[in-house]
Design a protein around this ligand. Structure first.
Ligand SMILES: CC(C)(COP(=O)(O)OP(=O)(O)OC[C@H]1O[C@@H](n2cnc3c(N)ncnc32)[C@H](O)[C@@H]1OP(=O)(O)O)[C@@H](O)C(=O)NCCC(=O)NCCS
Length: 265
C-alpha cells in the first residue's frame, strides 16, 4: 500500500472502519488495490445512462412523430404506387433516425463519464485518499468478493464555504434494490457530517432515475436544473435530458436517510 494512504488510515480511525450492512455486504474505505475495479464499476454504471436517455427519448411524442415522419416520407414522393423498395425505405428511415439518436445518446453518455474518469478517478489517491476531508468507500459481498458498490465525498470548492460533493454512487446491476445503495449513501453523508461540512451537493441527471428518489427521500432539494453541456441542441430538444444540482443542509436530518446505516456520527 502507498505510504500516504497507510499513514492516513493509521491516523484516522474512521478510515479503517469496516461496516457490515444487511444483505451480507461490507463497506470499507477504498484501498489502492481497488482502483481499477472502482473505475470499471463507475464506467459500467455511467454507461447505463445511454440506455436510459434513449428510452426516455423514445417515449417523447416529438420523437415518435419524427420516427413516424421518417416512415411516411417514402410514400409522400411523386413515385408510382407502393412497391418493395418503398416499404424497405419506410423501414430504413425510422431505423436510421433511431440509430442516429442512439449514437447521440452514446456520445452524451461517454462525454459525461469522461470527466470523472479523466479527473478524480484517474487520481483516486490524490482526490479521495490523501485529503482528510475526502473519502471513497467500496462495498463487497461477504467482505472478500469483487467490488459491488462505491460512493465518494470531496470538498466542493465552487459552492459556499463548508460545502462538499457526494459523488460516484453506484451499485452493481445484479445487486440493486437490496439496500446497498442507501447504505453507501448514508456512509458518505455520515462522513460529511463528521468532517463538519455544512452543505452537501450532488450533481446528477434526469437519467439517474433510481438515484433521484433516494436523494429526494433524504431531503435533498433542487438547487439548479440545466441542459447537460455535453449534449448538442438538437439531441437536447429530442431527449430533454436535464442535469440537476441538488443540495442538503447537513444540519438537517431526514428520515429518508434512515435504515440500519443511520447517521450516527
Ligand atoms: C442509484 C443506485 C446506487 C441505488 O442502489 P440500490 O442498491 O439499488 O439502492 P437501494 O436498494 O438502497 O434503494 C434505496 C432507494 O433508492 C431508490 N431506488 C433504488 N432503485 C430504484 C429504482 N429502480 N426506481 C426507483 N427508485 C429506486 C428508492 O428510493 C430506494 O428506496 P426504497 O427501497 O425504500 O424504495 C443504483 O441504482 C445505481 O448504481 N444506479 C446507477 C448509477 C447511478 O445512477 N448513480 C447515481 C449517480 S448521481
Amino acid at each position: 500500500m502507498a505510504e500516504p494512504c497507510r499513514r492516513r488510515m493509521e491516523e484516522d480511525e474512521e478510515e479503517v472502519e469496516v461496516e457490515e450492512v444487511p444483505g451480507g455486504f461490507t463497506i470499507r474505505p477504498c484501498w489502492p488495490s481497488d482502483f481499477e475495479a472502482v473505475r470499471r464499476l463507475y464506467q459500467e454504471a455511467a454507461a447505463e445512462q445511454v440506455g436510459t436517455a434513449f428510452r426516455q427519448a423514445l417515449q417523447r411524442p416529438a420523437v415518435l412523430a419524427l420516427l413516424g415522419l421518417c416512415a411516411a416520407l417514402p410514400f409522400l414522393g411523386p413515385w408510382p404506387g407502393p412497391g418493395p423498395g418503398l416499404w424497405a425505405a419506410a423501414l430504413m428511415g425510422p431505423a436510421l433516425a433511431a440509430a442516429s439518436l442512439y449514437g447521440a445518446c452514446l456520445r452524451f453518455g461517454r462525454a459525461s463519464a469522461a470527466g470523472p474518469l479523466q479527473e478524480d478517478l484517474a487520481d483516486i489517491d490524490g482526490y479521495f485518499l490523501r485529503p482528510r476531508d475526502a473519502g471513497l468507500w467500496v462495498a463487497q459481498l461477504g467482505g472478500a468478493g469483487p467490488l459491488v458498490g462505491m460512493v465518494a465525498v470531496m470538498a466542493e470548492t465552487e459552492g459556499p464555504a463548508g460545502s462538499c460533493e457526494l459523488c460516484r454512487l453506484a451499485v452493481a446491476p445484479g445487486l440493486r434494490r437490496c439496500g446497498l445503495g442507501r447504505a453507501l449513501f448514508c456512509r458518505a453523508l455520515r462522513f460529511a457530517r463528521a468532517r463538519g461540512y455544512r452543505l452537501c451537493l450532488i450533481y446528477t441527471s434526469s437519467t439517474n432515475t433510481a438515484a433521484l428518489p433516494l436523494y429526494k427521500a433524504a431531503g435533498f432539494r433542487l438547487h439548479q436544473a440545466y441542459p447537460p453541456p455535453e449534449i448538442g441542441p438538437l439531441v437536447q430538444l429530442l431527449c430533454q435530458v436535464t442535469d440537476y444540482i441538488l443540495t442538503l443542509r447537513l444540519s438537517d436530518t431526514h428520515p429518508g436517510e434512515g435504515g440500519s446505516a443511520g447517521l450516527g456520527a
